[in-house]
Write a protein that binds this ligand. Structure first.
Ligand code: ZN
Length: 155
């Protein structure tokens, strides 16, 4: 019996280590965090080709003007400037966040605030007008880890 309890405790410890972080819904209208697949501007997966570069994030479908939510309890670490190109000014905003032991950025979001704490499911801001810069694209929030590692396993 004692051995059984010890085995159970060990199993639970292993399960808690393996029980990875999962992003909750990021965008209104997309409760399952559906991913951008492929459109005339490219693919949304991590590692997709972007000319001579590689795509260093994962794109989650989000309509222009939609509400963007905290995927878990997060601390806001300031805004992000996405582009240097002034022609992309309309979507040149994002936010740097941390939570669940992760540091990550969300691109193409106009944040309500850039400091403090936001609870899971509460609003972070508004999806910017991506169609005005990339007509015909699948509008999306770009999720990028601060260390540029692959975020796909968290979805
Ligand atoms: Zn992207």
């Amino acid at each position: 019996m004692k051995t059984g309890l010890l085995l159970l405790a060990a199993l639970l410890a292993v399960l808690s280590v393996c029980d990875g972080v999962r992003f909750g819904p990021l965008c209104s209208g997309n409760p399952t965090n559906r991913r951008r697949t492929s459109d005339r501007w490219g693919e949304g997966r991590y590692g997709a080709r972007r000319g001579s570069r590689l795509h260093k994030g994962l794109d989650i479908v989000c309509s222009d003007g939609a509400t963007v939510y905290a995927p878990f309890d997060v601390t806001l670490n300031g805004k992000v400037i996405v582009y240097t190109d002034p022609k992309k000014a309309a979507i040149n905003n994002g936010i740097n966040l941390s939570g669940e032991g992760l540091c990550f950025k969300l691109f193409y979001v106009r944040p309500d605030r850039t400091s403090g704490v936001v609870r899971k499911g509460q609003r972070l801001g508004t999806m910017l007008p991506m169609q005005s810069v990339y007509p015909g694209i699948t509008s999306h929030v770009h999720v990028q880890m601060c260390d540029k590692s692959d975020p796909t396993r968290y979805f």
